[in-house]
Design a protein around this ligand. Structure first.
Ligand code: GLU
Length: 290
């Protein structure tokens, strides 16, 4: 097998917190145990929310934790053309369609939820005629593009991938992917010409990532990634899902919930060793229902 390559892929839409520290430390630790290398990738497709000062802070925080990575660092915001090429391949396969629904249209019509608990897209625009699509596109209606998941699965058949855990040195176990539980995922958003799912799959392949280490909150989303890899003829890496740190109320740490940033902790006198200790002592969740 080629030399293991892993990556830490934060989004610079806020400062890193202890949950990110756990993810970064788990990635570098796994790379070391596998005799491989950890790369850093900046996932800044969200043009409105990502800021250069947050990217700068990511470099500083990781260096402070004692982590280093090979240059050059890949920035997703420099790669929109490449994601457009991948989307066009799916369009040529007739697997991508325009969707004009707003969030409230979807919330009103949905009668199920996706694995993240969001209203499941009921497939409304999958049934539009070509004439109506063209009319609305020409009119400039806000549009996002969705994968026709059922049609995609019909092409690929049964999808499997290999999960390694609980430690990175355990034997891989085969899993079946069930992307249909996400409905027709958005691959090109209204506000940016790609999506997390599309970019992450294209870049993991472009960078030759052999092992993806990510939190259990992204475990279910991996099903969509495995489907996209198969459709685009890209290799499926091994996946390792690490535990998530919880707040005292049992919630996931998140920037949006005001979890303290690493830079705040550093300003309060924390050392990198304090972070290591906190990450190993804080309550966490090993398993998420699938
Ligand atoms: N960029 C993603 C995040 O900030 C993680 C990427 C991944 O592990 O796939 O949560």
């Amino acid at each position: 097998m080629s030399k293991p390559l892993l990556r830490f892929a934060p989004s610079p839409n806020g400062y890193l917190h202890l949950g990110h520290a756990l993810s970064a430390l788990a990635t570098w630790d796994a790379a070391q145990k596998l005799g491989g290398t950890a790369l850093l990738r900046i996932e800044d497709i969200d043009i409105a929310r990502c800021k250069p000062e947050f990217t700068q802070a990511i470099f500083e925080d990781l260096a402070w934790l004692g982590l280093s990575w090979p240059e050059p660092v890949v920035y997703q915001s420099h790669r929109f053309d490449i994601y457009a090429g991948a989307a066009n391949r799916l369009r040529d396969m007739d697997l991508l369609y325009p969707c004009f629904c707003s969030r409230s249209d979807i919330a009103d019509k949905a009668n199920a939820t996706d694995p993240d608990g969001a209203p499941l897209y009921p497939g409304t625009c999958r049934h539009l005629s070509n004439a109506e699509r063209i009319e609305r596109l020409e009119r400039g209606d806000p549009v996002q593009f969705r994968l026709d998941t059922e049609a995609a699965i019909e092409r690929t058949g049964l999808l499997t991938f290999s999960v390694i855990g609980p430690t990175i040195l355990d034997r891989p176990q085969i899993r079946y992917a069930r992307p249909q539980r996400w409905g027709d995922a958005v691959l090109q958003r209204k506000d940016t010409p790609t999506s997390y799912h599309l970019s992450v799959v294209v870049d993991d392949a472009a960078q030759g990532i052999t092992h993806v280490t990510r939190g259990r909150d992204l475990e279910a989303a991996t099903d969509i990634h495995v489907l996209l890899q198969m459709l685009l003829g890209l290799p499926t890496p091994y996946y390792h899902f690490h535990r998530l740190l919880l707040t005292d109320n049992g919630e996931k740490l998140a920037k949006s919930k005001g979890s303290q940033s690493l830079r705040d902790l550093r300003a309060q006198g924390w050392t990198p060793e304090d972070v290591q200790r906190a990450v190993s002592l804080l309550p966490s969740r090993e398993k998420v229902a699938r």
